[in-house]
Ligand binder design. Sequence first.
Ligand SMILES: Nc1ncnc2c1ncn2[C@@H]1O[C@H](COP(=O)(O)OP(=O)(O)O)[C@@H](O)[C@H]1O
Ligand SMILES: [Mg+2]
Length: 318
Amino acid sequence: MYKIYLDHVSYIYGQGTPFEKKALDDVSLGIRAGCMTGIIGHTGSGKSTMMQLLNGLASPTEGKVLLDDYDINSRPEEVLEACKSLPPYRNLSKSAAKKAIKAEVTRRRRELCFRVGLVMQYPEYQLFEETVFKDIAFGPQNMGLSEEEIKARVLEAAEFTGIESDLLDKSPFDLSGGQKRRVALAGVIAMRPEVLVLDEPAAGLDPRGRDFIFEGISHYQKTTGSTVLIVSHSMEDMARYCDDMVVMANGQVKMHGNCKEVFSKVSDLSSIGLDIPQITQLMALLREKGMDVPQDIYTVDAAVSAVKRFLETGKGGV
Ligand SMILES: Nc1ncnc2c1ncn2[C@@H]1O[C@H](COP(=O)(O)OP(=O)(O)O)[C@@H](O)[C@H]1O
Ligand SMILES: [Mg+2]
């Protein structure tokens, strides 16, 4: 079951102007529910554009974006045609059905930014409140939740993202870069989105900061069973945290599969100019030197186990 499905989606910037640019070119792609999917590809391959289409921030020039099979850019007139013979609309007069469907489409549209939480690149620039608490509370407040529920959401989001409680009363502007990034992430997590979309969430952070961010995202995903999409340049992070991977180039999806499937296509990846994780390259080198370790190793932890096994038994395979 796909949580999100892109059905022949194209996106053109500046259509009809001399600067026209096709950023997405007939992309069809299904994102599995409850999984973490990594999106990789060079700068300009269309990753950010694709992320912005997922919560309606932009609408496709062509094609549809489906969330649980519902076209997020549906117009009331289209829904009216499709639904007027269905309950609860079929017993209403034409004008009452039209009104009810319009209200429903508007409600779904409004809900979309809570259901699909988008963490843009460098989100810390969007922090603006006096305190960390208020910043994290901004989303839940817009959802119209009670004060009590808002507080619970803020504390939960702070916990997911490793924000210590003594930071909540501080100004977000007094925090370190990594802490600010976590506050921005917490602000989206506090809406408890079913789908969490992150555009290069760890860009510019040091390794410790990266780990904090990825651990927070992974913790949220595992605890809530939500669907997560992450754009990243780091093959290492993708291999460590993601179930599936999508490889983009020139506005198209070039590969899609689990990490094993994608990383096994070394020559396809290198023809796009992308590398396999360094640890996989190291394992290939060890194999060349005659060490019997498996080829399909993508994380440092798995490599350590394989090398240990080899040293103990002379065989690194399972
Ligand atoms: N606001 C914009 N106006 C015009 N062209 C844009 C705009 N944003 C992105 N593009 C172009 O669309 C293509 C895809 O960009 P983007 O989605 O940002 O890719 P990525 O995130 O993979 O780097 C690039 O060629 C980029 O130059
Ligand atoms: Mg980008």
